[in-house]
Design a protein around this ligand. Structure first.
Ligand SMILES: NC(=O)c1ccc[n+]([C@@H]2O[C@H](COP(=O)([O-])OP(=O)(O)OC[C@H]3O[C@@H](n4cnc5c(N)ncnc54)[C@H](O)[C@@H]3O)[C@@H](O)[C@H]2O)c1
Length: 258
């Protein structure tokens, strides 16, 4: 039988690549796409290693670089490539994203567009194209704990994630009979995005790790949960926003703004 196919956006990033690896181990063929021209040297090394051990028991991994998911045309080309290469799509994981810490009073129009176009429009374009290609399957959008609670330190990022959550519910309502659509809403995960959010200040990251209820998650922990959400064990999960955040979203609720 043909292998199932998963497409992961933001696939060269922390959560995206870990997700690709986890699906490979579950026997999927994996198409990883990203705006970047190439993954980092460490990710590339890991990619070559994975494809060296690739066999019928595990899947194969293909990289599709330089795809800006904000562009309707590029998104269309990406799904067209998937159709030509595999003739099917079983799982879509949208793990692309950019972060912003501009306060409301500082927000520029450029920044609003950058965040909303990447985080939100990118998810919408992918979902639309996926619906043309998927007969049955699963869509998992990567939201955030700050899309459930709120974070006045990253208002536009937080809002872009809440928009993804609500769009997911609309899609799940529409397609639930054939395609399950859910959100994983991670809390802090050790990735380049998180490090950038902390201005690469390792001391502050360590302080945060100690202070947080359950520390900072690894990419593999998030990837394991995503594979689980895509599995038949979760057949009854549709339209769910699944916090996977060590309790961060319940903490924000009572926290006064800094
Ligand atoms: N790291 C965290 O703490 C955390 C917490 C909650 C949610 N998330 C979400 O997880 C997802 C993955 O983030 P990450 O932490 O792995 O960050 P990351 O920076 O490691 O990965 C994000 C990837 O998205 C890609 N990307 C950015 N703009 C793009 C575009 N226009 N088109 C295509 N690809 C684009 C980047 O090149 C990068 O490879 C994001 O949606 C992020 O918001 C992250």
């Amino acid at each position: 039988m043909d292998k199932k196919v998963v497409l992961v956006t933001g696939g060269f990033g922390g959560i995206g690549f870990a997700t690709g690896k986890a699906f490979i181990k579950s026997g999927y063929d994996v198409l990883l796409t990203d705006i970047a021209a190439a993954p980092s040297p460490e990710v590339l090394e890991s990619f070559h290693e994975l494809n060296r051990i690739s066999s019928d028991a595990v899947g194969n991994m293909v990289l599709y670089p330089k795809c800006d998911i904000r562009s309707e045309e590029m998104a269309r080309d990406l799904f067209e490539f998937c159709k030509k290469a595999y003739g099917r799509l079983d799982v879509l994981v949208t793990a692309h994203g950019v972060y912003s810490s501009q306060k409301v009073s500082e927000l520029t129009e450029e920044e609003i567009d950058r965040i909303m176009d990447t985080n939100f429009k990118g998810v919408v374009l992918c979902a639309r194209e996926a619906l043309y290609l998927m007969k049955t399957g699963v869509i998992i959008n990567v939201g955030s704990s700050v899309g459930i609670a709120a974070d006045s330190d990253s208002p536009i990022y937080s809002a872009s994630k809440a928009a993804i959550h609500q769009f997911t519910k609309c899609l799940a309502q529409k397609c639930g009979r054939t395609i399950r659509v859910n959100v994983i809403a991670p809390g802090p995960v050790d990735t380049p995005l998180l490090r950038k959010a902390f201005n690469n200040d390792l001391k502050t990251i360590e302080e945060y790790r100690r202070m947080a209820l359950r520390g900072i998650a690894s990419c593999d922990e998030i990837a394991t949960m995503i594979v689980f959400m895509a599995s038949d064990a979760c057949n009854f999960m549709n339209g769910a926003i699944v916090p996977f955040d060590g309790g961060e979203s319940i903490l924000y609720a009572g926290e006064p703004p800094k």
